[in-house]
Design a protein around this ligand. Structure first.
Ligand SMILES: Cc1cc2nc3c(=O)[nH]c(=O)nc-3n(C[C@H](O)[C@H](O)[C@H](O)COP(=O)(O)OP(=O)(O)OC[C@H]3O[C@@H](n4cnc5c(N)ncnc54)[C@H](O)[C@@H]3O)c2cc1C
Length: 379
């Protein structure tokens, strides 16, 4: 959508070929329906290292301030909450609508229901074929087919296939920002319970950076903002590198130091509290019950160590229908970082999630989609 606006504003005829019956379906679902459209701290350090040169170049041409001005000029009012930018309406539909209105104002043609299955390079440009046999031609082409997540919103990985058919290397796409499958009876027992925790990934013994946030127990394992934030490194290890030895070192009581917890539990024990009341007031009731056996088996100091270092063995991730983002995609080394033109196919431009550019949660992925779309449209 942004690529077409950028191009049409330069007076060039543009046509959008869209598989579904609506533009920007994924925007509507973003940010739990609120659309976290950007992050105040938009810079390349929040993206995968391989992509940073390209991300830097894109943001130097169309960065945070340009994106905010772009949306302001479309009439979108927004606010910032802990660095995350949302529309004032708190409705993702507002973001989609201002883009759609601009597309209409500029007279961009949109062909809905065009499920592109083939792209041929011709002498004059490109010829595109749809699943139902329809054809379209164009002088140049911006491929913005997105990733593989939530296929019902339109992007089902076909962008990777199309780019690959034109000779591009695809870094294996894996689900990211995704819940984790954990075989621990605790998860099943506590399903639906949320706590604030801190966790670090442990991949073949290597400990990752600590992440704080909400931990949600589910019947299959773990979810919540903490898990979504930490899931990318874990998904890459399990789904791309086939590593089996993956766990989460979890601090279930991050607001107390180890010594402080030991002292408090020891005092409670001396006061004669029953095992199921040892954590009353520290953790929610369901967890007090779940850890009853721990206090029956271990002394308070050992129990404190366990609660501060609970290990969940991770056996997998949930699939594409539950992931917010795809890690992987078209190798950024094959794309000109200035113009986003393919280095392999002249006249082909690439933008958005179809590229191997993975941002953190917090508005970075839409941020890159807007910026790269705009830059691709300029070229
Ligand atoms: C539930 C959810 C919540 C999210 N929340 C946020 C958030 O709050 N903040 C954030 O920064 N990011 C968020 N993301 C990620 C963000 O939405 C994506 O990174 C972003 O939409 C990518 O933009 P894109 O234009 O590259 O791809 P998409 O938005 O996926 O758009 C691709 C378009 O191409 C069309 N298409 C695909 N294949 C074909 C084909 N073969 N032929 C024709 N058309 C095709 C699709 O129908 C679609 O319209 C969220 C994602 C999900 C799933």
């Amino acid at each position: 959508m942004v690529a077409s606006i950028s191009k049409a504003r330069r007076g060039e005829p543009v046509m959008i070929l869209e598989k579904t019956a609506q533009l920007g379906k994924k925007i509507l679902a973003s940010g739990n329906g609120r659309c976290n459209l950007l992050n105040e701290a938009l810079d390349s350090s929040s993206y995968n290292p391989e992509a940073r040169p390209l991300v830097n170049s894109v943001f130097s041409r169309f960065g945070r301030d340009d994106i905010l001005t772009f949306f302001s000029e479309l009439g979108l009012h927004y606010y910032s909450q802990d660095g995350r930018i949302f529309p004032f309406t708190n409705q993702a539909a507002s973001v989609q609508k201002v883009l759609a209105l601009e597309i209409k104002r500029l007279g961009v043609q949109v062909e809905y229901g065009f499920d592109c299955v083939s792209i041929q390079k011709t002498q004059t440009g490109f010829s595109l074929g749809a699943a139902d046999g329809k054809q379209q031609t164009g002088h140049s082409l911006i491929l913005t087919g997105g990733g593989s997540t939530y296929p019902s919103f339109g992007s089902d990985g076909s962008g990777y296939k199309l780019a690959s058919s034109l000779g591009h290397r695809i870094i294996k796409p894996v689900p990211s920002t995704v819940p984790l499958v954990v075989k621990d009876p605790l998860c099943h027992l506590l399903q639906g319970q949320r706590i604030i925790a801190r966790a670090q990934s442990r991949i073949q013994g290597k400990i990752g950076n600590p992440v704080d946030g909400e931990l949600l127990f589910t019947k299959y394992g773990l979810s919540g903002s903490l898990i979504l934030d930490i899931s990318q490194e874990i998904s890459l290890a399990i789904n791309r590198l086939n590593i089996k030895d993956v766990s989460l070192e979890t601090d279930l009581i991050p607001f107390m130091e180890q010594k402080q917890l030991e002292t408090e539990l020891t005092n409670r024990h001396k006061m004669g509290l029953t095992p199921e009341d040892m954590l009353t007031g520290i953790l929610p009731g369901k967890l007090c019950l779940a850890f009853k056996q721990l206090f029956e088996k271990e002394n308070p100091s050992k129990a404190a160590v366990k609660l501060k270092n609970w290990r969940f063995e991770v056996s997998g991730t949930r699939g594409w229908n539950e992931a917010e983002f795809t890690a992987g995609g078209i190798d950024t080394k094959e794309v000109d970082p200035q113009t986003l033109e393919s280095k392999l196919v002249k006249g082909l431009y690439l933008a958005g999630e179809v590229l191997d550019v993975n941002g953190k949660r917090g508005g970075y992925n839409l941020g890159f989609a807007w910026a790269s779309g705009y830059v691709a449209g300029l070229s």
